[in-house]
Design a protein around this ligand. Structure first.
Ligand code: NAD
Length: 490
């Protein structure tokens, strides 16, 4: 099926694709080939103002009046529409991001389930009542927080958009979402599908544009009530500062340098291929990539050589080939940045045992890379490389493993491999991270809260508790007594 290659994409405001008032249309290229992909409008401040006004009007109008049962039906309808258009969406995402289409298909399935999860989770939105004595009745109301500004990165444009949209819409909010300027296509297409299935105009608005200008304008906008952000820790700090200007609610999903702990008693037949998957999925451009492989010293050499073997066996190449396991990076500039880290690691004394040299050719490919002899204080073990590069670090015992795992500013995710179930629970309890997998590499499940400790951010996505990020809690107190009130005795 031919996708919309060569097509021009407008901004999505008030239920339709529109010309940008900014006048800016940008050429998008396929990172895997360097070939032109499409042309996309970029929003300027005046476009963001238009989108926020549309979202505000929808909140006061049709969407604000849509009951929860109907919101649930619409979320299911959008899930159906995404599923029905999955081939087109998968190809669009794979070409725009350079990501292996096999990975995109898994992400699409998860995106669909996510809408279904929140379509059902709407039923849990309810206040409470509690006895406070005397003739007073207390109850609480959960109300949508209002117009939400959402900012998402380029690594999972489709999935991140759905993580953001589904809970906000379930809660009854309206949305202005800003994708990364390089990867706006699937978010725009999902907004079109939402319009087709009946979401009222202005409920979802998509305004691609540059972060420091368009993004910052959205975040600072006085008529935006809440900001939800996914991206780097550095930008997250800036967003928090901007939100402080008008005391906006904010939730942040940020970076990671997640550890993967392999104890000597682990089943290595599971642990080793999973370790390769945990770093090389999406070419390592994942917030929860297990980029630090912590291995018990007695099995260190064996694990290093086996992981290197797996890295070399991966099929890297054309994102549209269904056999491809690792696609390209997002851009040549990003590939150079990743390679810069590898060179820095070499300079610090790390040994490159697989990969380590960028491919030549027009695509932004980087080979799955293994850095051994890494100390946790090295730059390559502390900074988020955001590419297919794993650093392998030895540990002596359980205590040492936990110390190294927690010796990072991040705290998004961790995986533990051990044959001792009690150790699995013990280590999970002591690791400072928002999610821990024990003998299991997978990460994001609709219904299971996902998010960070420390500088990996705050607020949780994918869970029931995510709804609270998009709801205000109003306490109502009512007198049911017969005695008149006259507190001053006037
Ligand atoms: P980034 O922070 O550079 O950009 C993210 C988004 O923020 C983009 O849309 C960008 O245009 C926008 N932006 C940049 N500056 C802004 C500003 N001043 N005001 C408003 N918006 C601004 O991040 P990136 O490099 O695009 O994405 C990769 C990062 O995202 C990694 O650190 C990764 O770990 C993180 N990430 C986290 C999660 C998670 O769930 N925790 C998921 C995916 C990615």
């Amino acid at each position: 099926m031919a996708v919309a290659t060569g097509r021009e994409y407008g901004l999505f405001i008030n239920g339709e694709l529109v010309e940008p008032e900014s006048g800016e249309i940008r050429d998008l290229v396929e990172p895997a080939s360097g070939e032109p992909l499409a042309r996309a409008a970029m929003a300027g401040p005046e476009d963001v103002d238009r989108a926020v006004a549309a979202a505000r009007a929808a909140l006061a109008g049709a969407w604000g009046k849509t009951p929860a049962t109907e919101r649930s039906r619409l979320l299911h309808a959008l899930a159906d529409a995404i599923s029905a258009n999955r081939k087109e969406l998968a190809e669009l995402e794979a070409r725009n991001v350079g990501k292996a289409i096999s990975s995109v298909k898994a992400e699409l399935a998860q995106a669909t389930e996510n809408f279904r999860f929140y379509a059902s989770a709407i039923a849990t939105i309810a206040g409470r009542s509690s006895p406070i004595g005397g003739s007073l009745l207390f109850y609480s109301l959960k109300e949508p927080v209002g117009v939400v500004g959402q900012v998402v990165p380029w690594n999972y444009p489709l999935m991140m958009s759905t993580w953001k949209l589904a809970p906000a819409l379930a809660a009854g909010c309206t949305v202005v979402l800003k994708p990364d300027p390089a990867t706006p296509l699937t978010a725009l297409r999902i907004a079109e599908l939402a319009s087709e299935v009946g979401f009222p105009e202005g409920t979802i608005n998509i305004v691609p544009g540059d972060g420091p200008t368009t993004g910052a304008h959205l975040v600072r906008h006085p008529d935006v009530d809440k900001v939800a952000f996914t991206g780097s820790t550095k930008t997250g700090g800036e967003i928090m500062r901007l939100c402080a200007e008008t005391v906006k609610r904010v939730s942040l999903e940020l970076g990671g340098k997640s550890p993967n702990l392999v104890f000597a008693d682990a089943n290595l037949e599971d642990a080793i291929p999973s370790a390769a998957w945990s770093i090389y999925y999406s070419a390592g451009q994942s917030c929860e990539a297990r980029s630090r492989l912590l291995v018990e010293a007695s099995i260190y050499d064996d694990v290093v050589s086996q992981v290197a073997e797996k890295a070399q066996a991966l099929k890297v190449g054309d994102p549209l080939d269904p056999e491809t396991q690792v696609g390209s990076l997002i851009s040549a500039a990003h590939r150079d940045k990743v390679h810069g880290f590898v060179e820095e690691g070499r300079g610090e004394g790390a040994e490159v045992v697989a990969g380590g040299e960028p491919g030549d050719g027009p695509g932004a490919f980087y080979p799955p890379t293994v850095l051994a002899k890494v100390d946790n204080r090295m730059v390559v073990a502390q900074e988020e490389i955001f590419g297919p590069v794993v650093t392998v670090i030895p540990f002596e015992d359980e205590r040492d493993a936990i110390r190294i795992a927690n010796d990072t500013k991040y705290g998004l995710f961790a995986t533990v491999w051990t044959g001792d179930p009690a150790r699995g629970h013990r280590v999970a309890a002591r690791i400072k991270a928002g999610q821990v997998g024990v003998n299991m590499p997978y990460t994001a499940f609709p219904g299971i809260p996902f998010g960070g400790y420390k500088q990996s951010g705050f607020g949780r996505e994918l869970g029931i508790e995510t709804l609270d990020l998009y709801l205000e809690n109003k306490s109502v107190l009512v007198s049911t007594g017969t005695k008149p009130y006259n507190p001053f005795g006037l």
